[in-house]
Ligand binder design. Structure first.
Ligand SMILES: Cc1ncc(COP(=O)(O)O)c(C=O)c1O
Length: 431
């Protein structure tokens, strides 16, 4: 059979090649320290599990936009958690935030601007849609933050007509860097977006997984007329497999809403009925679920800070994270030593670490960095979430006071992954 011209341009992701290598190594009996995979490990909260069971009898198609009871609950959630007013008519519920982003990018006209590094899927979505995609390379010394000046320079260079609409995809707390924005930084981005007719697609799926010294502000609060923001249950409630995502549109964007709903109606029809009804429970703010989410976020913080500290002490360059459960270290200062081992790209570095040190990671090139930038994304979630949560509940005070001992007790594979990095570095530097 012949495949279409557009399908021919889709290249298999390097993450798949790494996954195949992981499978092969595991079949040979090797233990892999899995810092490649970013799935929150905590169990489904019993309130949500119960709601799902009680609604399992529902078999009908539901409205593409999502049932009104769920959208109302989502609005109350945004108001309570982020002081963000919205109305149910601005919300679309979809099978994960990923397809909602794709629907939004399909509906929005204009070239797409992405900070680099940024999450793997945005650039592919842009390419599937045959759209111009411009990476705005950011700087590790600056925690890979998108600076207003670099945004403005990139807009001037690639789309100088201020009247032309452009789309900027933001994601914070960020996968892969863990970086987040302060309200002042968001305001500065907003000023430029207004001036240059930029619509912001703000991926805030990690909004509630930030360190305790941080706050999350949705950019939709500062730029309500120009922001579409996505979120969902996948990360803070550890429900990636439930496939429930949300899209918040600006008020009064009726044509945009019509296009997104038309797209959804042709592709996924609606989120499954039992999940939408269980979703009502998952968005309630008057139950113990809120504390559960906060506790899980603290555990993410303790483990991620631990890995950061280890990486830093070993002498690996890595910007300090502020949320999510990732780190984005780089080995650019060890370029010469790595070259001697035949490693000149982040892809080769990820393979080298997996083959020789059984440590799985993802290459920075998958996140839009130049191939020879020797950066890797490390995820910090390779532990038993149910056991970690139980221990945290019993020993909260001591876990917070002595995070190192806590992490060593709940996440031995993460600790051993750090040990492997230490051995690798001492071998690399020691020659
Ligand atoms: C930055 C980011 N956005 C979106 C998603 C996907 O979210 P969903 O499960 O809602 O499709 C992920 C999942 O890894 C992610 O890291």
């Amino acid at each position: 059979m012949e495949v279409s011209v557009s399908a021919k341009q889709i290249v298999p992701s390097a993450t798949l090649a790494i996954n195949e290598l992981i499978t092969a190594l595991r079949e040979q009996g090797e233990h892999i320290y899995h810092m490649g995979f970013g799935e929150s490990p905590f169990p489904v909260h019993t309130l949500i599990r119960k709601a799902l069971c009680e609604n399992s009898w529902r078999q009908k198609y539901l409205p593409t936009q999502g049932i009104i009871e769920l959208r109302e609950e989502i609005c109350s959630f945004y108001k309570k958690m982020f002081d963000m007013p919205s109305s149910p008519s601005q919300i679309v519920v979809g099978p994960g935030s990923k397809p909602l982003m794709f629907a939004a990018l399909t509906a929005l006209d204009g070239p797409i601007f992405l900070p680099a590094p940024s999450w793997v899927s945005y650039q592919h979505m842009g390419h599937f849609l045959s759209r111009e995609v411009h990476n705005i390379v950011t700087n590790s010394a600056n925690c890979y933050r998108l600076e207003p000046e670099s945004l403005e320079n990139s807009l001037r260079e690639h789309a100088p007509d201020r009247r032309q609409q452009k789309v900027l995809v933001l994601n914070y707390p960020c996968n892969p860097t863990g970086h987040t924005f302060s309200s002042q930084q968001l305001r500065e981005i907003t000023d430029i977006a207004r001036e240059h007719n930029v619509v912001i697609l703000s991926d805030e799926i990690y909004a509630l997984i930030h360190f305790r010294d941080q706050e999350h502000h949705s950019i939709a609060k500062f730029y309500p007329e120009g922001t579409l923001s996505t979120s969902g249950l996948s990360k803070d409630r550890s429900l990636g497999g439930y496939r429930l995502g949300t899209l918040l549109l600006p008020p009064d964007e009726k044509e945009l809403l019509r296009c997104i709903l038309a797209f959804g109606s042709e592709i996924w029809s609606s989120v499954s009925a039992p999940i939408q009804y269980a979703g009502i429970e998952a968005y309630r703010t008057d139950t113990e679920l809120i504390d559960y989410m906060r506790d899980c976020a603290v555990i993410h913080e303790l483990v991620t800070r631990y890995v950061y500290q280890r990486v830093h002490d070993i002498g690996i360059s890595c910007p300090y994270p502020q949320g999510a459960f990732y780190l984005f270290p780089d080995w650019n200062s060890q370029r010469n030593e790595l070259k001697k081992k035949g490693v000149t790209t982040s892809h080769e570095l990820a393979h080298y670490l997996l083959k020789n040190w059984f440590l799985a990671s993802l290459p920075g090139s998958e996140f839009g960095m130049p191939p020879t930038d020797l950066s890797l994304r490390l995820a910090t979630v390779d532990y038993d979430g149910a056991a970690a949560y139980k221990t945290f509940r019993r020993k909260r005070k001591s876990a917070i006071k002595s995070p190192e001992a806590f992490v060593e007790s709940i996440a031995p594979s993460v600790v051993e992954g750090c040990n492997q990095l230490e051995r690798f570095m001492s071998q690399l530097i020691g020659g």
